[in-house]
Design a protein around this ligand. Structure first.
Ligand code: SF4
Ligand code: SF4
Length: 142
């Protein structure tokens, strides 16, 4: 989480990461845009081709991270995300996804999968704070 407070709305009122690692599990990952790729390469301090070979799954124009044993290649049980500053922006945004604001079902699904979400809040209460935090910025990272 890079900034705790924006416009008087506190991220911690709706979300505190429990560092459970659930969001790093699965056989696919979020995709990396061009900026994500550059940031990850810089963080790893390796040549692009080496990073691609070792860490990325590239399908047509879509770049994702490889998975190992059912989780993102950068996830370890001891340390969590081992590429934290170089992680894709979508990882930083999770679980406060803008789609929550347009569909209560998205809220329910995300809340069930992320124990860091404040489980005490109603959809309306949660949405009000998230809306304030997002402030129409597509790439807000927490
Ligand atoms: S880059 Fe880090 S935060 Fe994103 S899925 Fe992989 S381990 Fe998890
Ligand atoms: S699932 Fe939620 S609480 Fe768990 S690590 Fe991911 S963002 Fe944090």
């Amino acid at each position: 989480m890079s900034e705790e407070k924006k416009h008087g709305c506190k991220v911690t009122d709706i979300f505190i990461c429990a560092r459970c690692g659930y969001c790093c599990q699965g056989e696919t990952t979020v995709s990396l845009d061009k900026d994500d790729q550059k940031r990850m390469i810089a963080k790893l301090g390796m040549e692009r081709e080496k990073v691609k070979e070792q860490y990325w799954r590239v399908t047509d124009n879509v770049v994702q991270m490889k998975t190992v044993d059912g989780h993102c290649i950068f996830y370890t049980e001891d340390e969590g995300c081992t590429v934290h500053e170089g992680r894709p922006w979508r990882c930083g945004q999770w679980p406060l996804h803008p789609s929550i604001l347009s569909d209560k079902n998205n809220f329910e699904t995300i809340r069930e999968s992320c124990p860091g979400i404040n489980q005490e809040l109603s959809y309306e209460e949660f949405s009000e704070i998230l809306s304030c935090l997002l402030d129409d910025r597509e790439k807000l990272v927490f």
